[in-house]
Design a protein around this ligand. Structure first.
Ligand SMILES: Cc1ncc(COP(=O)(O)O)c(C=O)c1O
Length: 374
């Protein structure tokens, strides 16, 4: 037996969440956001499971090529565009699409002589103030792109919302109005909505929605979890107890001794730590499932291990199942305890964690059938 630390990925949950996205925006097409290794879930496996999506959204050419090498011919949109003329040629060769967000990229396209024209999305900065053309530059940029020989029209329009996770927020309303007014009359498909907008801003659905976190069964809203939106968590992070012992009243556990036993206490050591991506800032009391029952984390998270209080789990033994997050313990709850967001936890899982894929169900004890490695 080797170290049990692993992530289980449910294909059925991925497909369910994609169906949910479609049901929320029945008139829009879905660009599934699979950047950052599909939010830490494994890009090739996730893209194959989401083959019903209309397109994929990625941050780099490498990510796009991983999808192509997985045998998928879908449109793939590079959300930051290209970084050089050489990359532009490769993007064109692999039939990928580009976001164009600044004058340099626009000029590069105009100057290029591609064998195969590329599909382009013109990005407008309507209030995120990260990437994109100013609203009053939209029309001219769109017309230049439409006229560029390297561009396969029609050029689409895209913007990104900064505060869609705050339902009713005035900033989002302003972004939507700016997008509508600055692109009025342009005959182009439009895309605005991330997961939060898909759930909370139906007026943002437009022609294409771009859900990310929602596809992984996780809520984009603070204080909520995926189940609140009829989503199914895709990942179960799990390991095993590798030691069980009793510490004496007054003993401390772990680095820095920040947890002290008030009485003789049975504790367990589980094989997971920040070297696997479990958050080092998870405080005493963060819930962990041992044999499906919640017990509190105690002491500092180490690189390879955590300790849990097993007072309520007298029967727990070495080898017993430990779940850090999954269907019965939302990753949103762990993120909140650790002062971060679920996106960061999911993207932060490290290379040594073994991934396996299950067709359905998230049972982490007997009954789960692993179909293969990611
Ligand atoms: C441009 C763009 N669209 C959509 C998304 C998806 O966001 P979410 O995961 O919140 O749905 C992202 C992710 O950050 C993004 O950068």
């Amino acid at each position: 037996m080797s170290r049990a630390t692993g992530a289980l990925i449910s294909l059925a949950a991925l497909r369910h969440n994609l169906r949910r996205a479609r049901a929320l925006a029945p008139h829009a097409r879905v660009m599934a956001m699979v950047k950052a290794n599909a939010y830490g879930h494994g890009l090739a496996v996730v893209a194959r499971a989401l083959s019903e999506a209309d397109a994929f959204g990625v941050a780099s050419l490498d990510e796009a090529l991983t999808i192509r090498h997985a045998g998928l011919a879908h449109p793939i949109v590079l959300l930051e565009g290209v970084f050089s003329a050489a990359e532009l040629e490769e993007v064109a060769r692999h039939g990928c699409e580009l976001v164009v967000h600044d004058p340099g990229q626009l000029a590069m396209l105009e100057a290029s002589h591609l064998d195969k024209a590329v599909g382009v999305w013109l990005k407008l900065d309507t209030g995120m103030h990260r990437l994109g053309f100013a609203p009053d530059e939209a029309r001219a940029a769109w017309e230049r792109l439409q006229g560029a020989a390297a561009v396969r029209g029609p050029v689409r329009l895209i913007t990104h919302l900064a505060r869609a996770d705050e339902p009713g927020n005035a900033h989002t309303r302003g972004q939507l109005e700016t997008f509508t007014s600055s692109t009025a009359g342009l005959r182009a498909e439009r895309s605005i909505a991330n997961s939060a907008a898909l759930l909370a801003w139906p007026e943002s659905h437009a022609d294409w929605v771009r859900p990310g976190i929602l596809l992984y069964g996780v809520s984009p809203f603070a204080g909520h979890c995926g189940r609140d939106h009829k989503l199914e968590p895709v990942m179960t992070m799990r390991t095993e107890l590798i030691a069980v012992k009793t510490v004496t009243r007054g003993d401390t556990v772990g680095y820095g001794g920040n947890w002290r036993a008030e009485h003789n206490t049975r504790i367990g050591i589980a094989a997971i730590g920040y070297g696997d991506g479990y958050p080092r800032h998870a405080p005493n009391g963060t819930p962990v499932l041992v044999n499906g029952v919640r017990v509190p984390l105690i002491g500092r998270v180490s690189m390879d291990m955590i300790a849990v209080d097993l007072q309520t789990q007298a029967q727990a033994r070495v080898g017993d199942a430990v779940v850090l997050w999954g269907a019965e313990l939302p990753v949103e709850e762990i993120a909140r305890a650790a002062g971060t967001i679920p996106y960061e936890l999911l993207c932060g899982i490290t290379q040594r964690v073994k991934f396996s894929v299950v067709e359905a169900g998230l049972e982490t004890r007997a009954g789960t059938q692993a179909l293969g490695s990611v």
